[in-house]
Design a protein around this ligand. Structure first.
Ligand code: GDP
Length: 364
């Protein structure tokens, strides 16, 4: 089987022309807003595994409308007792590492066993700028997107990384309540988002490539340190030897890291997502991790820590939002910024003054 990337005509950058939008059929037709669904109605749908109810509830989580958000919180609270029974797996890698190809194959592998359902979520901080997510996109996962037991949801697009991550964290709760007992959270391995993903998953998988120069390419030490497993993709054709070499290099690099808190020794494996080679071995490693951490209690301990982490994250977020969205504080800040930049005020006294004002207002 020849891979399309090896074709001289292949260009990953080809852009097909779009389809012109048809004119509006009836310009006078106003779209009626759908009424806000009742929490109990959504919860009932979710608990019955209805993916439409699930998708509607997630839309409420992602909404910037406070009323929608409040309704979403009601749904989450009610779903919480039914959540938690799943394997949460974070998957990261630089663009082009083969995340979507691999998730498609890994997903089908998981779904082959009876009683399994899979939700694929994403955290994509870049979607903030592009207003559309590249990750978790259905078109990137051809087979999973048509599988009846898979639910794919792109990254929430609005807000800060913290906000996007919190929404994904809340979405996990709803997916689990809807019976999705496998959750994949995908992210691009280039920035801060890995830390957010790491704080919501049980197992963190790093997808790497061989033969692109420096084997520890662009992946920060911190990301490697978080990984419970490193898998080298595209170990096929001429690339096999390079992949093996990279495997040896990663293994020796991992030896230099301190032992992990779980006691688990991260493994490094080679596979090919495209040709579906070595998939059983990757999944066997993940199974062993779950058995190991469930037996030594680390699984539960990590989940407990993650729950409190998200409580503090949410408090931080809300405090900041309350502070910066206050019009009086906003006006004061824009005046102070000028004074600070022109050295008329020190940064610290300016900060103290504005905080003093904020706290004084709270006491009123
Ligand atoms: P992502 O950006 O990380 O989601 O990467 P993609 O899954 O879109 O893959 C990027 C490119 O690498 C695509 O052209 C894939 O066909 C190719 N690719 C993915 N997995 C493999 C593999 O196992 N072997 C080879 N040779 N190519 C692969």
């Amino acid at each position: 089987m020849e891979h399309p990337e090896n074709d001289s005509q292949y260009s990953g950058l080809t852009v097909n022309s779009g389809v012109a939008q048809p004119p509006v059929v009836n310009p006078y037709l106003k779209r009626r807003r759908r009424p806000l669904p009742e929490a109990s109605e959504l919860v009932e749908g979710i608990l019955h595994g209805d993916s439409t109810a699930l998708a509607r509830a997630i839309t409420l989580i992602e909404s910037v409308n406070p009323e929608h958000y409040a309704r979403a919180q009601e749904v989450i609270e009610k779903c919480l007792p039914y959540s938690g029974d799943s394997r949460r797996i974070g998957i990261t890698g630089v663009p082009g590492a083969g995340k979507s190809t691999s998730i498609d194959v890994f997903g089908l592998h998981v779904l082959r066993k009876p009683g399994q359902k899979l939700a694929v979520l994403a955290i994509d901080p870049s979607s903030e700028r592009t207003k559309g997510s590249i990750l978790g996109d259905k078109t990137r996962m051809e087979k999973l997107s048509v599988h009846p037991d898979a639910f794919i949801r792109p990254s929430p697009s609005a807000g800060s990384l913290g906000g996007v991550a919190r929404k994904t964290r809340e979405t996990i709760v709803l997916c689990e309540a809807a019976g999705y007992n496998n959750i994949f959270v995908e992210t691009v391995g280039v920035g801060q988002s890995e830390t957010a993903v790491h704080s919501m998953v049980d197992f963190f998988l790093l997808i790497q490539l061989a033969g692109t120069g420096d084997e520890l390419q662009g992946i920060k030490r911190g990301i490697m340190e978080m990984a419970d497993g490193i898998v080298i993709n595209k170990a096929d054709g001429d690339n096999i030897n390079r992949a093996r070499l990279a495997q040896a290099q990663f293994r020796s690099a991992l030896h230099l890291f301190p032992p992990t808190p779980s006691g688990w020794v991260p493994e490094v494996l080679c596979y090919s997502g495209y040709y579906e080679l070595g998939i059983d071995e990757v999944w066997d490693m993940i199974d062993r991790y779950f058995t190991y951490t469930r037996e030594n209690g680390y699984f539960e301990e990590k989940r407990r820590r993650q729950a409190s982490y998200w409580m503090y994250e949410t408090i931080d977020d809300q405090l900041k939002a309350n502070f910066y969205n206050n019009p009086e504080i906003g006006a004061m800040l824009s005046r102070l910024v000028d004074e600070v930049q022109t050295n008329r005020r020190s940064s610290f006294t300016a900060a103290r003054d504005v905080l003093d004002r904020y706290f004084a207002n709270l006491r009123k």
